[in-house]
Design a protein around this ligand. Structure first.
Ligand code: AMP
Length: 443
């Protein structure tokens, strides 16, 4: 299959060719014809699957071929993203795909001055990429009208709900014209996402591309048990031992990011950090420098790093395990992309055993544990497996009362990682009368 056989117009084919896209990815092969046919879409696909082109390319074609010219302060297509970085990234891709088309594109998000954004919107924009909060601000200040909207894209919808944007989404929903095309992309399909889809989508086509397999098959994953207080030391040790060149490191909190960056910089290591407390320009600069290999270690919280596409990233380190098990899949999905292989290492302390267990249950695999010499934890990480069981006190074999063998510390168990099962199929969308505005799991 080629992009031409999907019915794309020449200027788009030329742009894709220039980007080196030869064949459509599975999500593109399914999404492009459906979007061109005007269908609503509910797609289970995460970053790394080519989903951005999956929605943006046919969207650009529709906007070129159909609909009136954009009027002042209006937008014809709106792409909602959970984070500023993702909004920038999606916009950069859209602008590349639109290179030979007579369409305007723009991205708006918080953390930067609103005035230039208001100015830019005056003439109207064909495709606007936005984070929910800033979109609402612009709308309330009459800088933006949505009556010309033809298509709405919800990108990483699950993450928008995780980040507490459900109220904003409900507000945006009320601002939208009834007649429109809606495309929803989400890595996971929780009940809340289904509620959202039931409200926003009309007879959607479901697409699924088993993203979990995509990530897991190309990413070598393992766990290094360690005491909490020695994590930074272990990280530096592993980094030097493995001669790591470019590593994206995930820490749980903003303070955790800052502490690790300080520590690494103190050791003369070229590290920088991104998290929600930092100004947008600083975040973007750190990210750009990391992508350009000017920064070796980028330490990030989940919020800041979600959805980032960094070419050929060889290694992801979970300095802390994520509280939400789904985030593990997103994190390791930063590496092993586009057919490359990658490594994902998690430094796990005893406190995190329940998170480890949740991750293993979700990904249906028991992660290999590799004990690092001289870093064996004093607080043992209890055994876990894909069944979700945490073995707090492993049964000790009845030992004969002889010398030898006693007194040895349990250095943890080595378990080979199994295959990851495919993501469960998407259940049909439920139509619900009321928009769910509550935070996740609060129903
Ligand atoms: P995405 O999942 O949209 O973030 O895309 C992941 C990466 O795959 C990006 O770097 C895209 O430029 C790249 N990509 C998307 N579609 C294709 C394709 N058909 N062929 C080659 N690379 C692609």
């Amino acid at each position: 299959m080629t992009f031409a056989t999907l019915g794309l117009i020449e200027p788009l084919l030329r742009a894709l060719e220039a980007l080196g896209y030869q064949t459509p990815t599975p999500v593109q092969a399914q999404a492009i014809p459906a979007v061109l046919a005007g269908r609503d879409l509910m797609a289970a696909a995460q970053t790394g699957t080519g989903k951005t082109a999956g929605f943006a390319v046919p969207l650009l074609q529709l906007l070129t071929m159909e609909g009136p010219k954009v009027t002042a302060n209006s937008v014809r297509a709106l792409i909602l993203c959970p984070t500023r970085e993702l909004a920038e990234q999606v916009h950069a891709s859209v602008a590349e795909y639109a290179e030979h088309l007579p369409l305007t594109t723009y991205a708006v998000y918080g953390g930067v001055s609103i005035n230039p954004q208001m100015m830019k919107l005056r003439k109207g924009v064909d495709i606007l990429v936005a984070t929910p909060g800033r979109l609402i601000d612009l709308f309330r200040q009459n800088a933006l009208k949505l009556n010309q909207l033809q298509t709405l894209v919800l990108d990483e919808a699950d993450r928008m709900l995780d980040l507490g944007f459900s109220e904003e989404l409900a507000n945006i929903y009320r601002m939208l014209p009834k007649k429109r095309q809606t495309l929803l992309f989400s890595a996971t399909f929780s009940d809340d996402i289904r509620l959202l889809a039931g409200q926003m989508l009309n007879d959607p086509l479901s697409i699924e591309v088993s993203p979990r397999n995509v990530a897991a098959n190309t990413v070598k994953q393992w766990v290094v048990p360690v005491d909490k207080k020695r994590k930074a030391e272990l990280f530096v040790h592993l980094m030097r031992k493995g001669k790591w060149k470019q590593v994206l490191v995930f820490a749980k909190t903003r303070n955790g990011v800052d502490a690790l960056v300080d520590k690494l910089q103190g050791l003369g290591i070229n590290a920088d950090g991104i998290h929600g407390d930092k100004p947008q320009a600083t975040r973007q600069r750190a990210l750009d420098r990391f992508k350009a290999s000017d920064v070796q270690i980028l330490v990030a919280t989940d919020v800041a790093a979600r959805g980032l596409d960094i070419e050929d990233l060889p290694m992801v380190v979970n300095f802390d395990l994520p509280i939400v098990a789904e985030d593990y899949i997103h994190r390791i999905g930063r590496t092993g992309r586009a057919g490359n292989t990658g490594e994902a290492i998690s430094l796990v302390c005893a406190d995190e055993v329940n998170m480890l267990s949740a991750i293993e249950m979700l990904t249906r695999q028991t992660l290999t544990r590799k004990m690092e010499q001289d870093f064996e934890p004093e607080h043992r990480v209890p055994d876990t497996d894909a069944s979700g069981q945490v073995v707090k006190k492993p049964k000790k074999p009845k030992k004969p009362k002889t010398s030898g063998g006693g007194g040895k510390r349990n250095l943890g168990k080595w378990v080979e990682s199994g295959e990851v099962a495919a993501e469960p199929s998407i259940k049909p969308v439920r139509k619900v009368p009321v928009f769910n505005t509550g935070p996740r799991k609060k129903k």
